[in-house]
Every structure is written in structure tokens, then in C-alpha cells.
Design a protein around this ligand. Structure first.
Ligand code: ATP
Ligand code: MG
Ligand code: FE
Length: 346
């Protein structure tokens, strides 16, 4: 079959056409960075408006680049969870409309499962079962992934996501948005041992949990001191910024690497798949590659373009197509503010 996949969960508007050999016939991504830059983070209302403007041109462009028409498609797939409500709605409405107009089956994509499926695409072979680590702007979750569509939450963050920590600290350091790539760049000139920052929960082998919100506070106090609410990144020495960037990055990587290894140990799994925007971080990738090689772990991390949001990873829809798992036209969005791993423990 030929499947059109649509992604609009956050601030990327994306569409792709995939065939039944998981070949990518076309892939289009429109980013909104320039709209959100001045606010230092994604503004939901601006994101949904930008999706409205871009969704049809993006879909049109994906179809044209693939050389297919609506009537050539066998299904339309859309990420309907989790994400920003307004953003999700735009993609869902577009998908439903195409499904109705083209009399095509509709497939619902879980954006987080899709982030892990990017590893399947990059590997070119089955990567399940595996431990899945999703490190993105909104999530830092660890799953036991039996199949591409069957995830059991094992743990995750109890406050901020890893990407959020990158973004917020980068903003405090005056590095701009999105913060992850900017902080990585600044860190290249810095000393990761210059500042002592906390690695919360890292030593607690009984918990597969992260906590990144304290990092912001730690950075703030070390840079600007107590009782000085007026923070001004412009006054910071560039070497100090680089050292802090390197120190923060090292702290985040230590926590992610430590808990990923703990999850493998606890479950006895030998295979680790990492997805989400933070998986694009080069020092993180290198650390994971080193650890995996040392411990005989089969590691999968997608190429950079498949780490941040894209519609290619929506190829997971083929798994649902083959399993006959279709959605009806009353499909809804699920913004998914719940924290699945916490819900279990309460
Ligand atoms: P979610 O997938 O949880 O819904 P999202 O879709 O917004 O969130 P992604 O697009 O997967 O998130 O990832 C975006 C995040 O990845 C941002 O927080 C960004 O700073 C971070 N990121 C991107 N590149 C890098 C990098 N090189 N180093 C660190 N972080 C990075
Ligand atoms: Mg994004
Ligand atoms: Fe994402």
C-alpha cells in the first residue's frame, strides 16, 4: 500500500508518502522556529495558526514529490497523540478530510511510538523487542517495547523533559531557541567539569526516573547568585556560558545514560532504541555508542533528521495497516498531559 502520513503534534508541520517496503517516496517538514524564537519556546496558539497555513501546502508538496495523487493512496495516517491540542487538531482535521474525500481508511499514529519506530526505519530491519528511550521536548520516557505498537511504561521524568531542560537553560544562557542544538554548540568550547551540577535520582537504582527541573535552579544560582532575580545573559562571559553549557549537557547525559543502562539491567534486554529530538545531541550519541559497545548492547539511534519531529517515522502506520487497525472518522486527539508511569505508581 501507499500511505500518506501527517505530523503536526508540536511545531513541525510534516507529511510523507511511504510504501509497503517502508520506502520513503517523499518527506516534507516545515519548521516554525522563526515564529517561536522571540518567545524562547513554542507558543501553542502561534503553532496552531502556523499549522493551519502550512498543512495543505505541505501535504500537497509531499504528494507531488512522491508523484502520487490522492486516488493512488491506500490510507491516510495522522499523529493524534500526544502533543499540543490545537496543533494536533489541525493535522487530524486534514487527515479526516482527505480520508473522507478520497474514501480512504484512516490510521491513528502515536507520536511517541513513532519516535521509536524511527529506529526501525534507520535499521532497515526489525528492532523489537527493545527498551525504548524517548528523549524529546515534551517527554523523557522509558518503555519496554514488545512490538512497534505494544509499549509498557517503565519510567520517565517526574518533572521536566530532557529537551525542556536543554531549552530552558539555553534560554537562561542567552543561546536562543531551539536550545538543544545551540547549547550543544556552545558546550564544544566549554569545560564540563567547571560547574558542579546535580544528577538527581541517578544513584537510586530502585527508580527508573529522571528529574530535570532542579537543573534550571542550580544553573540560575550558580550564574546569578541568590537574591538577584534580575538575570541578564548579556552580562555573562562567553567562556562562562560555554563552561555552563558543557556542565549542564554532561549532567543531562549522565542521567539519561545511567537510567537507560538501569532499564536494560532490570529487564535483561540487550537492545536499546532511542528516539526524540535530544537523541540528535552528538555527545549523547557518542556516550551511548561507547556504553553499548562496552556492554554488548545493540543500540539504535536514528539519523538526525529522524530524531526531531518528522512524518517519515509515521511509517509506523504500515504496522497498523497490516494489522487491520484502522480508526473511524470520529477519531479524536489526545493531548496526553498525563504521565503514564506515574499514574501506575499512585
Ligand atoms: P514530543 O516528541 O515530546 O512531543 P517535540 O516533538 O517538541 O516533543 P522533538 O521535536 O522530538 O520534541 O524534539 C525537540 C527537542 O529536542 C527540543 O527540546 C530541542 O531542544 C531538542 N534537541 C534538538 N536537537 C538537539 C541537540 N542537538 N541536543 C540537545 N537537544 C536537542
Ligand atoms: Mg519541534
Ligand atoms: Fe516529537
Amino acid at each position: 500500500p501507499l500511505i500518506l502520513t501527517i505530523e503536526s503534534t508540536c511545531d513541525e508541520t510534516a507529511a510523507a508518502v511511504i510504501n509497503d517496503r517502508l520506502e520513503v517516496l517523499s518527506a516534507v517538514v516545515a519548521s516554525q522556529e522563526k515564529f517561536h524564537e522571540q518567545f524562547g519556546g513554542v507558543v501553542p496558539e502561534i503553532a496552531s495558526r502556523a499549522h493551519v497555513e502550512r498543512i495543505l501546502p505541505v501535504i500537497d508538496s509531499a504528494l507531488r514529490k512522491a508523484g502520487v495523487r490522492l486516488s493512488d493512496l491506500d490510507a491516510v495516517a495522522v499523529a493524534n497523540r500526544p502533543g499540543l491540542a490545537g496543533s494536533l487538531l489541525v493535522g487530524l482535521m486534514a487527515a479526516k478530510t482527505l480520508a473522507l474525500a478520497g474514501n480512504l481508511p484512516l490510521i491513528a499514529i502515536d507520536h511517541l511510538q513513532a519516535h521509536i519506530y524511527a529506529c526501525r526505519l534507520a535499521a532497515g530491519k526489525d528492532v523489537f523487542p527493545c527498551i525504548g528511550l524517548i528523549v524529546s521536548g515534551g517527554h523523557s520516557n522509558i518503555y519496554r517495547c514488545e512490538t512497534p505498537l505494544d509499549f509498557t511504561p517503565l519510567g520517565g521524568t517526574i518533572d521536566d523533559a530532557a529537551g525542556e531542560a536543554f531549552d530552558k537553560v539555553a534560554s537562561m544562557l542567552g543561546l536562543g531557541f531551539p536550545g538543544g542544538p545551540a547549547l550543544q554548540r556552545a558546550a564544544e568550547q566549554g569545560d564540563p567539569k567547571k560547574f558542579r551540577l546535580p544528577r538527581p535520582l541517578l544513584d537510586d537504582d530502585s527508580r527508573l526516573e529522571f528529574s530535570f527541573s532542579g537543573l534550571k535552579t542550580a544553573v540560575r544560582y550558580q550564574l546569578f547568585g541568590a537574591g538577584k532575580p534580575e538575570m541578564n545573559a548579556a552580562t555573562l562571559d562567553p567562556q562562562l556560558v560555554a563552561d555552563m553549557a558543557a556542565s549542564v549537557q554532561a549532567a543531562i547525559i549522565d542521567c539519561l545514560a545511567g537510567k537507560a543502562m538501569l532499564a536494560l539491567q532490570q529487564t535483561g534486554f540487550q537492545r536499546l532504541c532511542i528516539g526524540g529530538g535530544v537523541a540528535a545531541n552528538r555527545p549523547f550519541r557518542e556516550r551511548m555508542e561507547r556504553l553499548a559497545a562496552e556492554r554488548g548492547i545493540e543500540l539504535h539511534i536514528p539519523p538526525l533528521s529522524l530524531c526531531t519531529d518528522n512524518a517519515v517515522m509515521g511509517a509506523i502506520a504500515l504496522e497498523k495497516y497490516n494489522a487491520g487497525q484502522f480508526a473511524t472518522l470520529d477519531l479524536e486527539i489526545s493531548a496526553g498531559l498525563e504521565r503514564p508511569h506515574l499514574a501506575r505508581s499512585t
